[in-house]
Unconditional design. Sequence first.
Length: 99
Amino acid sequence: MQGNLLSGMNLSQEEKVLEHLIKFGFINTAICKKKLGNYQLPYIIRNLIKKGIAIFKLQTVDKTEKGIRYYVNYYLAPYEKQNSFTKKLMVRYEHAKKA
């Protein structure tokens, strides 16, 4: 990871997704496209999981007039289940938010 999550400068796509997960607790492809301008969310999530960040997914079915729509929300696992790197980021973000 290259940038500084607290400053928000020079962040890679992975860092942007991780920052969003830490701030809001979840992300999906619609949010990723709209807010982050990225279309590769499943790939990024796989890479974050490989780095030891605990993320789980929940598939949702939405019935509309046009038919059935399936989508996946990715959630950041609780603090206790995270690796030490992610725990540090979560704590730093909480301190920065309070300041």
